[in-house]
Design a protein around this ligand. Structure first.
Ligand SMILES: Nc1ncnc2c1ncn2[C@@H]1O[C@H](COP(=O)(O)OP(=O)(O)OP(=O)(O)O)[C@@H](O)[C@H]1O
Ligand SMILES: [Mg+2]
Length: 296
């Protein structure tokens, strides 16, 4: 099983009731924050939803990420960009512990969600993934009806409390798909177009009402029209959710994100700042070269 193809929210809950506390604040957080060895830019974000502190990720003996320092602001779109293999997906997966599903992966350092280290022993990764949902590059609806695809997450998570119909409709509406599928909710999700399938996957991810939606190149398999729909949708989603998106398209990052993190070869986060600043006046020469196409 590869983490890339496995929707985390569909993993059966083996660990019992939700145990993610949002109140406990680890003291190491302020200690490591004070170390101030982060990337260039690094704007202080008031009450970040996610904070990465000196985060390293290894696959076996190979280090894929080095000392990542980042603060993800609430209800904004944060884009992760950089050349292939620089660790964007690895970082994204470390936020909701999807790397747990890769045997050889090992995470060191701290990753806080509302001040609680998600790698603490008392955090249930399945509960965490309810709050931090994920959408993958390749649309991966289940071989079930459109309705059941969206309802599945609610049922697995014990939220089948009678108003499933309403929640399914709301999620489809938020995913800008309801108008197109309203009369075919009983038909297979697999019969939709690629762009519709991806919006269905977004509906499935948001149905359980997470706080954060992680997206790993959600539009890269789609045509320009479908891509533009997804981009509009991401813009709308950010009114309610915190969105972290990996994209290979710098134009897309510039269009849709508020903050941009530039990872470069070797798994280093080189610069993190307001998207406008990154694209108009980056601090780092390497980032400037990457943005202008001289590198990467
Ligand atoms: N499951 C895995 N096992 C071993 N090594 C891995 C695994 N996944 C990723 N890596 C390695 O970690 C590094 C970062 O990979 P990652 O997939 O995070 O990069 P990326 O920036 O998302 O690349 P792309 O833009 O091509 O998707 C690469 O060197 C990659 O080979
Ligand atoms: Mg990737």
């Amino acid at each position: 099983m590869t983490a890339n193809n496995e929707p985390a929210e569909m993993t059966p809950n083996r660990r019992g009731p939700e145990s993610v506390s949002t109140s406990e604040i680890d003291e190491r957080r302020s200690a490591s924050a004070a170390a101030d060895d982060g990337p260039l830019g690094s704007p202080r974000v008031s009450s970040p939803v996610i904070e990465s502190r000196d985060l390293d990720v290894f696959y076996g003996d190979t280090q894929a990420l080095h000392g990542i320092e980042m603060e993800v602001p609430e209800r904004q779109v944060t884009a992760l960009i950089g050349p292939s293999g620089c660790g964007k997906s690895t970082f994204l997966r470390s936020i909701n512990r999807m790397n747990d599903l890769i045997d050889v992966a090992r995470v060191e350092g701290d990753l806080y969600f509302h001040g609680k280290n998600v790698y603490d022993d008392d955090v249930d990764p399945v509960a965490l993934r309810r709050k931090i949902g994920m959408v993958f590059q390749k649309p991966n609806p289940f071989p079930k009806s459109i309705y059941d695809n969206v309802a599945y997450g609610l049922r697995v998570q014990g939220k089948d409390d009678g108003d499933v119909d309403e929640k399914v409709r709301t999620a489809l509406e938020q995913a800008a798909l309801l108008d197109e599928v309203e009369d075919q909710l009983d038909e297979s999700g697999l019969d939709l177009s690629g762009g519709q399938q991806q919006r269905l996957c977004i509906a499935r991810a948001i149905a359980p009402d997470p706080e954060v939606v992680l997206m790993d190149e959600p539009a890269s398999a789609l045509d320009p029209v479908a891509t533009s729909k997804i981009e509009d949708l991401i813009d709308d989603l950010a009114e309610e959710y915190t969105v972290v998106i990996v994209t290979h398209s710098m134009q897309q990052a510039a269009r849709i994100s508020d903050k941009t993190a530039v990872f470069l070869t070797g798994g280093h986060l080189v610069e993190f700042d307001d998207t406008e600043k990154i694209f108009e006046n980056p601090e780092s020469q390497q980032v400037e070269d990457y943005i202008t196409g001289k590198f990467g």
